[in-house]
Design a protein around this ligand. Structure first.
Ligand SMILES: [Fe+2]
Ligand SMILES: [Fe+2]
Length: 207
């Protein structure tokens, strides 16, 4: 972990503003990034990671879906299932995100994490089909938190899943989708991690 971590965290509020701009595009996912980021922070602490690494993953979690800013409305906002071409376009958000962040030299580690946040432990993810420890550790943490937030959120085509069903999904996919150590720590600290989805009522919130 380089010395540039602290200087990255200096831009936290600017990063949150950029993320808010992206989320304006898709009201259904408002505050998703903030919830994933808060859960990621909690998981890092439960994993007893050093503070600079925790901050790095926190920032990466804030930015993980920033590439959705480059997805057309017809795909991003489509109600109902995506066809194959639309699905490929949606998946490109991981590449677009890392491309955007590659403009900032000191964000190189963050760009790498963002690129790989949809990889799976078993190699079945995208964009590169990386396996196991070839996937950046921060991306493996974000992948679990991202899945939890998606499952616990209402979608146009389904209601939010219960905590129990969500927990079982995570458990079932240990060593398939998720890093064993990360997912195990999440399950062991479930209430504390999931509780981090609750956001404080900021006066600036629009919705
Ligand atoms: Fe994503
Ligand atoms: Fe996400």
């Amino acid at each position: 972990m380089g010395d540039n971590i602290q200087s990255v965290f200096e831009y936290h509020d600017l990063i949150e503003a950029i993320v808010a701009a992206e989320e304006m595009r898709d009201p259904h996912t408002s505050y998703h990034s903030e919830r994933v980021s808060n859960m990621t922070q909690e998981v890092c602490q439960r994993l007893k990671l050093p503070e600079n690494e925790t901050q790095l993953y926190h920032i990466a979690a804030d930015l993980h879906d920033i590439g959705k800013i480059g997805i057309r409305d017809a795909v991003l906002l489509k109600e109902g299932p995506l066809d194959d071409a639309e699905w490929r376009e949606m998946q490109s958000h991981a590449l677009i995100g890392s491309y955007i962040l590659s403009k900032v030299e000191r964000f190189d580690l963050i760009a790498d994490i963002v690129r790989h946040h949809h990889e799976r432990w078993d190699g079945g993810g995208y964009p590169d089909g990386l396996t196991e420890e070839d996937i950046p550790f921060g991306a493996r943490i974000i992948a679990v938190c991202d899945s939890i937030d998606a499952m616990l959120s209402d979608r146009s085509y389904r209601r939010a899943l219960s905590w129990e069903v969500c927990q079982r999904e995570i458990e079932k996919n240990i060593g398939k989708m998720y890093d064993v150590r990360v997912a195990t720590v999440v399950l062991q600290n479930w209430d504390a991690v999931v509780d981090k989805r609750k956001l404080p009522p900021y006066s600036t919130r629009l919705r």
